[in-house]
Design a protein around this ligand. Structure first.
Ligand code: SF4
Ligand code: SF4
Length: 346
């Protein structure tokens, strides 16, 4: 019979940084639309795996010099490349042991409950039979991680673990293997410093208002989050304080707009937890040695003397529009400039 120890050891060998196991019974009391037992009624266990967001993926944004690394390596690659590879390998192992397993990456789109706003999408879908939830069921990955004993939800609504603080992403497996569960995490990582609130560019996290939910018999609380304000904030704030680009930042990797680098809910929180040595993954050097920069947009756009000397004087200046056209040309004929031939396919 397969054991939790074996599953955890295997998951780590396959590349997971964190592994926790919850019995499906911990979904008891969850709203029907968010109850994973409807997805796999025969499931006995939910395995939650976590992957660290490397601190270095935030460095370019911290310095204000490279904005694509966090959205790609710190976001899309974990959710859409690395995580699914680990899920596949765990699923193969569990299937070889005779256990049906659903590998669930952190991606959504079809849910009857909007995963950003939490609101029910009227007119979106119909229950397959009477009594079932409206498809797709939305599994709340942070609550799943809580159920699997991996840590707690901080005031910022970001999941905090004793290993990495706010720096991880999760994936889930639902399986009919009956595995020994982990206890709910009883420690305290978040000290309600509210630095996440202070440094959030979207002003999305309330300082005083909170949300309370009961999960697996435990009441948990976090700061009320304005998800739509966060949607603006992740793009650098309402006034572009943390967005040095004058046009839309290219949305490669699906997460390309996350150029604020989670200034409050990840970076400020991480700096604080590292300083207080509240997490295990500490570094030889401090992450931050100067205050966060902000762009002064009252100043007109101008070329620096170095750019004038090197590029302008050598006739090497192009328009912002040229770059957009170039991107669209490489968009496999799906961009606006379809008349431009893509050398890879034409
Ligand atoms: S910044 Fe402070 S209040 Fe916010 S989640 Fe982190 S520890 Fe909690
Ligand atoms: S991602 Fe940015 S805007 Fe959204 S809550 Fe975190 S700090 Fe605020």
């Amino acid at each position: 019979m397969i054991t939790s120890e074996y599953v955890k050891e295997y998951a780590r060998k396959m590349g997971a940084d964190l592994v926790g196991i919850s019995p499906m019974s911990r979904f008891e009391g969850a709203p029907k639309q968010m109850d994973a037992r409807y997805i796999f009624p025969g499931a006995k266990s939910m395995i939650v795996v976590g992957f660290r967001i490397a601190r270095g993926t935030l460095r370019g944004i911290e310095e204000g010099t490279l904005f694509s690394n966090y959205p790609s390596m710190g976001y899309a690659a974990l959710n859409q490349v690395y995580g699914p590879m680990v899920l596949w390998n765990l699923t193969r192992m569990l299937e070889d042991e005779g256990h049906e397993t659903i590998p669930m990456l952190n991606a959504n789109g079809g849910e009857a409950v909007n995963s950003v706003t939490g609101k029910f999408r009227k007119g979106w879908s119909r229950p397959a039979t009477d009594g079932k939830p409206y498809p797709d069921v939305l599994v709340h990955f942070r609550l799943a991680a809580y159920m699997a004993g991996l840590g707690e939800i901080g005031w910022s609504k970001i999941f905090l673990t004793p290993e990495f603080g706010p720096r991880q992403r999760f994936a889930i497996l639902l399986t009919d293997a009956d595995l020994e569960p982990d206890p709910i995490y009883e420690g305290k990582i978040c000290d309600r410093c509210k630095l996440c609130v202070k440094h959030c560019m979207g002003k999305a996290i309330s300082k005083d208002e909170s949300i309370k939910v009961t999960v697996a018999g435990h009441e948990i609380e976090w700061g009320k989050l304005d998800e739509l304000a966060c949607e603006k904030g992740i793009q650098g704030g309402k006034n572009g304080e943390l967005n040095p680009f004058d046009g839309d930042y290219p949305r490669q990797y699906g997460y390309g707009r996350a150029i604020e680098g989670a200034c409050g809910c990840i970076r400020a929180c991480m700096v604080h937890l590292e300083e207080r040595k509240k997490i295990k993954n500490l570094f030889h050097n401090k992450f931050r040695d100067k205050p966060q920069w902000t762009i002064d947009r009252s100043k007109p756009y101008e070329l620096s003397q170095e750019v004038v000397d090197f590029y302008e004087k050598n006739g090497m200046i192009e328009d912002f529009d040229e770059y957009i056209k170039y991107n669209e040309r490489d968009n496999y004929g799906t961009g606006k400039n379809k008349e431009v031939i893509n050398p890879l396919i034409d």
